[in-house]
Ligand binder design. Sequence first.
Ligand code: HEM
Length: 273
Amino acid sequence: MVQNEVSRSTIQKGKSALLRYTGLIWFSFAMIGQLIFVAFILRFYGSSIATGNFVAWNDRPLITGYVAGDFFGNLMFAIHMLLAVVITLGGLAQIIPYIRQRYTRFHRWNGRLFIITAYIMAFGGLWMTWGRGSHLSVISAISVSLNGILIIVFATLALRFAMKRRFDLHQQWAVSTFLVVNGVWFFRVAIMGWMLINQSPRWMNNTLSGAADIALSFGSYLVPLAAYYLYRFAKSRSSQSLRIFTSIVILLLTLFMIVGIVGATLFMWFPSS
Ligand code: HEM
């Protein structure tokens, strides 16, 4: 009887370990990819902002970028770039359990900074998209705007539940915020993953309104969210097949993400020529 209990709990631990390791594998690769993204922003935008060489922004295939005489628009763009570094690094630091558990004071302050930055990025991004007109098509503007709105809603929920000391719900909404904040990163990675796998920009066009553009842009935040909620659901159930299925789904998404990270690094962020 006791032996049965022991072996059952060992199996139970083994089952949750499977999901834990899958999550860890996903996060490790995501972290590497996001650090490469930060390195790109610092190298390209950080150096041009620090030296006042704003015209250099337009060396990239931006939608609007630098416009002579548009002081406010250029300022908003510069703030967006600098805060992109803060939010990406801050998000990673919030998620790493070691930092969260050992440095609770840092976690609280960094959490406040992360949420304020998320609001500024989302509202600023919405203004750039619609106010400044930086969009290639209405559908791509709607997609990134929904991403921005989800950032605002989830960040507010994460903050509210932290203040109410409902840490279970806080964690759920904090991870959801982390995922939607990284929507723009996932989008770039997904575009490159898709193009590398197809060896062409299949079903894509110059206005981000092809079938693949639309699927990838909405999917860049909806798929990670769906995977996270599947992960939570599988964790809360005792079904081993559900956990195995969830792990396979997450590992396949991780594989796609790795291809995308390699593509984005080589062709988007650090092209050789
Ligand atoms: C919160 C996380 C976000 C990060 C880390 C981020 C990061 C960036 C980066 C690095 C760029 C430069 C693009 C490049 O060089 O390829 C950019 C551009 C842009 N972002 Fe964001 N962004 C975020 C959220 C948003 C949101 C939510 C919106 C809209 C609602 C938005 C709207 C824009 C627009 C319109 C541009 C292009 C500006 C232009 O081409 O002139 N961003 N973003």
